[in-house]
Design a protein around this ligand. Sequence first.
Ligand code: CIR
Length: 267
Amino acid sequence: MKTLAKPAIALVRRVSPLLAQCLREHVALPIDAGLARAQHAAYVRALEGEGITVEWVNEVDAHPDGCFVEDTAVVTGEHAVLTIPGAPSRQGEGIDVLPGLARHCEVVRMAGDARLDGGDVLRVNDTLFVGLSRRTNAEGAAFLHGVAALDGVSVRTVPLAAGLHLKSVCSLVDETTIACAPTMGHEVRDALRSSGCVLLPAPEEVGANVLCLGSCVLVSASAPLTADILRAQGHRVVAVDVSELHKADGALTCLSIRIPQKGRWSA
Ligand code: CIR
């Protein structure tokens, strides 16, 4: 296992009291915004427990999907793209994120017809894999490419066969290992394999979205079988209950924007 550097900073945003009005597939499941807020607080404590500095987006939490802050920005190194998320209802979220992001990176704001959700971007070494999804288009990937090149990072697009975002179906366990959902399409599989990644099948769909924080891997408490597999492979696993956020189609990576340590990269 090749340990990935842990992020230096994580930007997070409070769970909106309007969370139940979020975009989601299974609207029949009731969402308890208060419980979601408590679960989010535990997620933040887990980040802090790993020595990551947590910074909050200060603005009022009037956006139902605002806590899924990862979708509003992609940090490429010294630079970051403030995205135009693919869902029109989410396009007002980024402006509140900008001040916190600009404290750490030179921010370039996406423009024109480009659309991109940060959840569609998976970094592996110096490559950003970008899922072309219902939320992210080729113009969005091309815009990201232009900014990432400034940091010596390349972009490779992959069509998404299933799932909301690329990182809904795959995420980094360590520097070269990727947890994968049962539904992950062969295009993503082939692209990751061809770049030298080792794929680790996650028995549970939500087990495919883990968050590597250096020597520790956050895993959803809703994915106990995935957690067992990771432990058996020698990973230090911290389970976090985000069941209420899963109902909103959220997962672990989307709840923060990670800023890497200088000159390093992280999940
Ligand atoms: C949405 O549909 O946009 C939100 N309800 C969930 C976004 C989750 N984001 C992510 O996984 N990157």
